[in-house]
Design a protein around this ligand. Sequence first.
Ligand code: GAL
Length: 317
Amino acid sequence: MINGKLYLDTNGNPIHAHGGWMLDYGGYTYWYGEDRRDNHYVSCYRSSDMKNWEFRGHILSTTSPKAHTSGRFDLRLSWDKEPLPETNENLIVPGGEGKVNIERPKVLYNALTKKFVLWAHYENGQNYLDARACIASCDTPDGEFTYHGSFNPFGEMSRDCTVHTDANGDTYFISASRDNADLHIYRLTEDYMNVDRQVHTLFQGEFREAPALFYRRENGKYYLLSSWCTGWRPNQGTCATAHKMNGRWSLNYPFGDETTFRSQPAFVLPYEKENGETVFLYFADRWGGGDDELVQKHENPYFLSSYIVLPIRFDEY
Ligand code: GAL
């Protein structure tokens, strides 16, 4: 792949995995992400060499099967009512007529239930005011996921999000809250189907979004990358670190350049090279098609992104 250019799957079609995530399972790496075309929400690709990506399916769409869980969340995956009047706050946002928004999907494998559990950011498709998390699950990594609904964790707003699993299996959902002013960290229940408790509130009043979290074993630190809130337009990325998820986090300090190389974080992939060294790959979106003319000419270029992948260099231990 070339940063900022179209990235094609093994059928020669552009990869739709915006705001995405990768999961290793059964000898493959699965790449999930937003697909705003037609009635799709989330698409899945897989690879065994990190170069050739096979399209596996549209795993979440307007017609996905639905099932309540103990959370009794809102199961709507489309709307058919009269649209709200157009105001600055109510616009038909990405994805098309009648669709809701499912953004930044992340998929976890739960060893206890043997289910693949998807977490994402949900909005009603007409404005960004619901600010909810949503979940879906499946028995396979690339099958049709069953939608379990959207909700506000403990009543809180929840927008841009990510997940992280510790070596001991503790898994966290991290999302922008209080109209993006703060970031919340929630520990998930054992089955990953709900939030168990809120373990931290970060960056009070700093308006950080697009979180991407990784752990570096060699110095025992968590790193949390994020962007500032300027919609689809890129800005200076920052990073904060901590030794414990619920411990004291450092201040945010900048990484990359003032537009983070014209990108916004999607996730960070720890990748083990043949010599056993682990490198951390920054995967990001260059929204609006980046440098690719085909995407720029799309009627809704801002709903698409090209991908940026860069190795992270650490200049402090
Ligand atoms: C960004 C966010 C994207 C998308 C966009 C909509 O701030 O990171 O995921 O929600 O806003 O304007």
